[in-house]
Write a protein that binds this ligand. Sequence first.
Ligand SMILES: NC(=O)c1ccc[n+]([C@@H]2O[C@H](COP(=O)([O-])OP(=O)(O)OC[C@H]3O[C@@H](n4cnc5c(N)ncnc54)[C@H](OP(=O)(O)O)[C@@H]3O)[C@@H](O)[C@H]2O)c1
Length: 233
Amino acid sequence: MTMSSCRTRFLVVGATSGLGWHLAQSFVFRGASVLAAGRRADRLRALHSRLHAAKAQGTIFINPADVMRPATLAALVSAALETWGGLDCVVYASAIYSPSSFEPSSLARWRESFDTNFWGFHYLVTEMATRVPNRPMHLIAFTSSLALHGESESTAYGLSKCLLEAYVTRVDMVLAQERIHLHILDPGPFRSEMNPLCEVPACAASNAMADAIWALISACPVEPPSRSARVRR
Ligand SMILES: NC(=O)c1ccc[n+]([C@@H]2O[C@H](COP(=O)([O-])OP(=O)(O)OC[C@H]3O[C@@H](n4cnc5c(N)ncnc54)[C@H](OP(=O)(O)O)[C@@H]3O)[C@@H](O)[C@H]2O)c1
C-alpha cells in the first residue's frame, strides 16, 4: 500500500478496544495514516476491515505488540520508519486496571500495572527520541481521576498514573528543546473493557480526546517533508 508522506502519521498503542480503538478510527476518518497496535491480532484485523469497508480517507496499518516486551515496541517504531520514514505522534492508550491490595500475593499485579501503564510509554519515548528523525513529534498518554483518589484496590493503577503524570511533566521539559512534546490528557470515566459499568460511551470520550489531540498537534504543526524527501518517496 502506498503511503502519503504529507499525512500526519500516528502510532496508536492499545488500539484493540476502548479509547485507542475509537481514536485510531477517528484519525483515519480524518485522513491520517495510522499504525494500530495491541496484543489481540483478531481485534486489529477487525479494525482494519471496518475502516477498509468504510472507505475511510486515511490509511490503517496493524501490527500486534505487547507493551510489556520492549523489543516489540522497538519493532513498531521500526515498522513506522520503514513504511513512512518518520512518525509524528504516538498515542499511548494501553493500560490495565488490576485490583491489587497490600499483600505479597499482589506484587506481580503491581508490577504488571506499572509495566503496562508506565514503562511501555517510557520505552516508546526513548525509542522515538533516539531513532525517529522528524521534529516536532508528539507523545500522548492518558491519566485518570484515580491517580490520587479512589478505593484502596485502585492503588497500583492510581500510582502508575501518578508516575505517568509526573514523568510527562518532567520529561517534556527535558525534551522540549529537541521539539519532542509529551502531553497527558484525562478522558474522564467512560465505558470500556476496563470500566464496563460506566454509562458514558467510549465514543463520547474519544471524540473529545481526538479533538484535543488534533488541537495539540495543530498548535505545534508537524513539518512537511523536505523537497528531497518528497522526491525520494
Ligand atoms: N475507561 C475509563 O473510565 C478511563 C478513565 C480514565 C482514563 N482511562 C485511560 O484511558 C486509556 C484507555 O483505557 P480504556 O478504558 O479504553 O481501556 P480498555 O478498553 O481496557 O483498553 C485497554 C487497551 O490496552 C491494551 N493493552 C493492555 N495490556 C497491553 C499490553 N501488555 N500490550 C499492549 N497493549 C495492551 C489492550 O489491548 P490488548 O489486550 O489487545 O493488548 C486494550 O487495547 C487508559 O490509559 C486508561 O487508563 C480510562
